[in-house]
Design a protein around this ligand. Structure first.
Ligand SMILES: *[C@@H]1O[C@H](CO)[C@@H](O)[C@H](O)[C@H]1NC(C)=O
Ligand SMILES: *[C@@H]1O[C@H](CO)[C@@H](O)[C@H](O)[C@H]1NC(C)=O
Length: 281
């Protein structure tokens, strides 16, 4: 009787101790990887998809981001495919060459590194946990979605944004591969889709027989087709064709991506800007 009670107590005690242990290890385990000059390349090279925050210890925005970033890392640690979140103290003297390599201008700067660091992209998503998770799930998923039905076309194509769609007789071959590669590279700037049925698209010629990239724009001539599949030529086509000839220079968020392209574009020929000052007279 007495020994049964002792062993029950022991079991009870053990359960409490082990749950405290697992609780404290859960709170102590950081999901965000800390990287520095000594292991950055090695760790990055092992990841198909890793997000790196370059921060400075004194930066207020970085401090605000830290708990959100950690929460996102914890949610994403069980995501399939894996999404790793890391940070580098870019202010530390020994890490400055890294900050230079990635052209870090301000803090925090977040980069997405793919294929072991071969492809580097800017993180352009939100700064709170749920938003970070949603944005990164989208980034790690397919860059281009197949349009199989009119409903797919309706839900994927946002009439207010540039949409790039590859039209292919079959969804394979070098043209399709090149299109997919580029979609992955430019995915944070444009929305991509692909289809074997041009007739499902809202605009443009519907009898397409050779691989074609069609850019649907919310401005100017609204639709442009392109049939070269060299990756660089295709990228140039997409970037050049998506610059509007005239952009309203205002605070409208819908115009911001076009304005950015404008200022970045080395060959934008026409700059027309209107600025309204509300002087409150
Ligand atoms: C990288 O090295 C630093 C300093 O030696 C260490 O604190 C950190 O935990 C290492 N990170 C990883 C992911 O191994
Ligand atoms: C695919 O892209 C590569 C690299 O830009 C290029 O050499 C190749 O010719 C392209 N393929 C086609 C079918 O255009």
């Amino acid at each position: 009787m007495a020994s049964a009670r002792v062993s029950t107590l022991l079991v009870f005690f053990f359960v409490i101790v082990s749950s405290i242990a697992s609780f404290s290890s859960a709170t102590e385990k950081e999901h965000v990887l800390t990287l520095d000059h000594s292991n950055f390349t090695e760790v990055v090279s092992k990841h198909k998809f890793i997000v790196v925050e370059f921060y400075a210890p004194w930066c207020g925005h970085c401090k605000n981001l830290a708990p959100e970033y950690e929460k996102a890392a914890s949610v994403l640690s069980s995501h399939d495919p894996p999404v790793a979140l890391a940070k580098v103290d870019a202010n530390a003297e020994e890490n400055k060459p890294l900050a230079e390599q990635f052209e870090i201008q301000g803090f925090p700067t977040i980069k997405i590194l793919k294929n072991g660091g071969e492809l580097v992209q800017d993180y352009k998503g939100p700064r709170e946990a749920d938003g970070i998770v949603e944005y990164l799930k989208k980034q790690v998923g397919p860059a281009s979605f197949e349009i199989k039905t009119a409903e797919d076309a309706g839900s994927l194509i946002d009439e207010k944004k540039v949409f790039v769609v590859g039209i292919f007789p079959t969804l394979s071959g070098e043209e399709f591969e090149n299109f997919t590669t580029l979609a992955d590279k430019l995915r944070s700037d444009y929305d991509f889709g692909h289809t074997t049925k041009a007739e499902l698209l809202p605009r443009g010629e519907s009898s397409v027989t050779t691989p074609t990239v069609r850019l649907l724009k919310p401005f100017d001539e609204l639709v442009v087709d392109f049939q070269k599949f060299d990756v660089d030529a295709l990228e140039k086509f997409i970037v050049d064709s998506s610059i509007p000839l005239v952009t309203l220079f205002d605070q409208s968020p819908a115009n911001q991506p076009f304005l950015v392209k404008y200022f970045e574009s080395p060959n934008a020929k026409v700059y027309i800007m209107f600025t309204y000052f509300d002087v409150g007279l």
